[in-house]
Ligand binder design. Structure first.
Ligand code: NAI
Ligand code: MG
Length: 357
């Protein structure tokens, strides 16, 4: 089997962690004894590219991307370009046209890793945050200078868009996912007490859809209460479904509770498979540590495992996850998890663990 992978390292540590993930994919191919091949094409789209060409994605770029089986993305964001320009110029410029409406972000403890939540090995945590990834607060609707008045009196509007179809497909996705898990439970997050239009629609759709899944336990939690619950009762969660903004924030909290933003993986899925899906670590370009060779590659490598799942290679995906766990369990940890290993050493250890599995 041969797969065409588009890699977009992007900015900052994006290149460092994508390189690590590709080394792991190479090892997966090598261990398959020729049964698997990953043909990787790198696209140099970044903030440096933008400053040279005035755009992140060249003419025809999306059509080229579309010919791949999956996209492996690093991060975008640079001190030289406003963040809303880079995010909309590259990341959202792919997720939106490719209708990658489901963003999944698993949160689990790794063996040997302690965190604010986990002082010892006796607490367990195993969730998937399911993020609505196509509309909501990041629909891009609104505008500036709406008052028509002068400086000091500007009015800006940022509108959330919630469609019944958009709510329904992400909520159904969460229920279908819950059924595949040990704890079949879906927690729906909104702020429907204060946001009385779109989020009430979400609640109504949730109430309707859950009738089709009587075997799945459900709860509705407001986002502020959920942030407390993440910290105080993490063992009560399995699948957490939320809007674009809420899930974005909650999943960063989740990864910090698990140990570090550096270990969090994500998949931007087009579940209908009309377009390629995109796999990326949750973290950004981390300009504060770029170029030092110390970025934690686990988030990117675990994202590559999600890509293997999506390509129909669950055994290989599990082997990669097991190799990450064997490595952290043996005490080889990156700096952000309190260890000493740099990117190269940690990646090497994970590749070794994979070879020994
Ligand atoms: P960030 O995730 O880049 O960094 C936050 C903190 O976590 C920093 O102290 C960083 O050093 C640390 N960190 C992140 N990933 C790490 C890793 N793999 N290993 C070790 N430490 C790690 O978020 P920040 O600082 O808010 O944003 C920096 C830039 O990244 C901005 O331009 C932002 O817009 C962009 N960004 C891009 C994202 C994407 O491409 N999907 C997501 C989040 C931010
Ligand atoms: Mg985020």
């Amino acid at each position: 089997q041969s797969f065409a992978i588009a890699s977009i390292p992007g900015d900052g540590i994006g290149g460092e962690v994508i390189d690590a993930g590709l080394q792991v994919l190479d090892a997966v191919a090598e261990l398959s004894g020729g049964a698997l091949e990953f043909r990787v094409t790198e696209f140099p789209w970044s903030s440096a590219y933008y400053r040279e060409h005035g755009r992140y994605i060249p003419e025809g770029g999306l059509e080229e991307l579309r010919r791949h089986d999956a996209i492996y993305f690093g991060a975008v964001g640079s001190p030289e370009v406003p963040d809303h320009v880079s995010l909309w110029g590259l990341r959202l410029a792919i997720t939106q046209p490719f209708d990658q409406w489901a963003n999944i972000r698993p949160v689990t403890f790794l063996p040997g890793v302690t965190s604010p939540l986990r002082k010892a090995d006796d607490v367990e945590l195993d969730w998937i945050v399911v993020r609505e990834n196509s509309e909501g607060e990041y629909a891009g609707l609104g505008g500036r200078n709406l008052s028509g008045r002068g400086p000091g009196e500007e009015v800006a509007v940022q509108t959330s868009l919630h469609t019944e179809k958009g709510c329904e497909r992400i909520i159904r996705f969460a229920f279908d996912l819950a059924r595949t898990r040990q704890v079949a439970k879906v927690s729906s997050v909104t702020k429907s007490n204060a946001q009385q239009h779109g989020m009430v629609l979400w609640d109504e759709v949730f109430a309707r859809v859950k009738e089709d899944y009587p075997d799945v336990e459900t709860e509705r939690v407001l986002v502020d209460a959920m942030s407390a619950k993440f910290v105080l009762h993490p063992e009560q969660l399995s699948v957490v479904v939320a809007s674009n903004l809420h899930a974005d924030i909650l999943s960063d909290l989740g990864s910090a509770l698990a140990g570090s933003l550096g270990i969090a993986a994500s998949a931007n899925l087009n579940p209908e498979r009309r377009f390629p899906s995109m796999f990326e670590p949750v973290h950004g370009s981390a300009p504060d540590i770029t170029g030092r060779g110390i970025a934690n590659p686990i988030g990117a490598i675990a994202s590559a495992a999600l890509m293997l799942d999506h390509l129909g290679l669950p055994a290989e995906a599990d082997a990669v996850r097991a190799a990450i766990e064997a490595t952290t369990a043996s005490g080889i940890l990156p700096l952000d998890l309190g260890g000493q290993a740099d990117t190269r050493q940690l990646t090497q250890a994970i590749v070794e663990a994979l070879r020994n599995s």
